[in-house]
Design a protein around this ligand. Sequence first.
Ligand code: C2E
Ligand code: MG
Ligand code: MG
Ligand code: MG
Length: 288
Amino acid sequence: RAKSAGGNRSELADPEADARTITRHGLTTALPTALERGEFFIEYQPLVHLGDGSVRGAEALVRWLHPQHGVLGPDRFIPLAEHTGLIVPLGRWVLQESIRQARAWRECHGEETAAGPLRINVNLSPCQLSHPGLVQDTVEILERAGVTPDALCLEVTESALIGADDDLLKPLRRLAEMGVDIALDDFGTGYSNLANLRRLPVSILKLDRSFTQGMQQFPADPVDLKIVEGIVSLAHSLDLAVTVEGVETGAQAEQLRILGCDTAQGWYYARPGPPERLHELVLVDATG
Ligand code: C2E
Ligand code: MG
Ligand code: MG
Ligand code: MG
């Protein structure tokens, strides 16, 4: 299906139709060879500064171009990769590929963008977090690419850090000390323990899409407004930046800007796409 959609790589395969033909088992057994054969690819979705509209970076989102079933989204195979442990080499590949891309962007744009060099956000699974090689792998990948740690932001979900003991937080602390940003992804969906924020080495809160959805109608839901306002003010008082996910309309963007959110991501700005697309967006941005 995705292949026939005229090369639009963002068009993910229809989960319901595919559920009939693709078994979980089939995908699971195909995963290791898929990595060897280079069937995974990454799409990038821009992160835009709400104050001035400039592109500040992008989130790397992995996809699988399955030889029979077309493009599969991460929700279809990340849970399977986590279950089998393949997430560790797959996650390492995503990191390596994204950092390579970050260097290419930096070479092109350098300090040209008004906001400084572009940053890349990479998602991290709980299994990667508890894998002993995380810090060393990350350092090596950055060094080999000649990219400074401030080019990287690792996104960890709130639920992955719930009840995390110090052993689990230690690698994240090391990375944060090196200058890697850590973002708390899907914030507000779990059992958000706001007091817990203080002991986490995070510098960015990524507010979940469900909050953005509450801003869809105009005027927005007053309760949603109050909640977001409260989260933003708490975050800022703890020196955390706030990014919002799932911005689909200009009205949402405006509302979230007024509420003091710092950066935004969503279809209103751009769907996830190939690296060339981000390149074009940054160029448009630079020339006004
Ligand atoms: P996430 O990290 O919360 O990523 C945001 C998801 O929201 C992406 O879905 C993105 O395509 C989608 N999105 C962006 N803007 C909009 C919008 O305006 N409206 C709507 N409705 N959706 C929007 P995607 O690409 O399907 O990824 C799903 C999840 O898979 C991600 O959620 C992330 O948790 C996980 N994931 C993706 N790539 C990786 C990876 O390399 N490693 C790991 N461990 N997980 C990954
Ligand atoms: Mg994410
Ligand atoms: Mg997210
Ligand atoms: Mg989310």
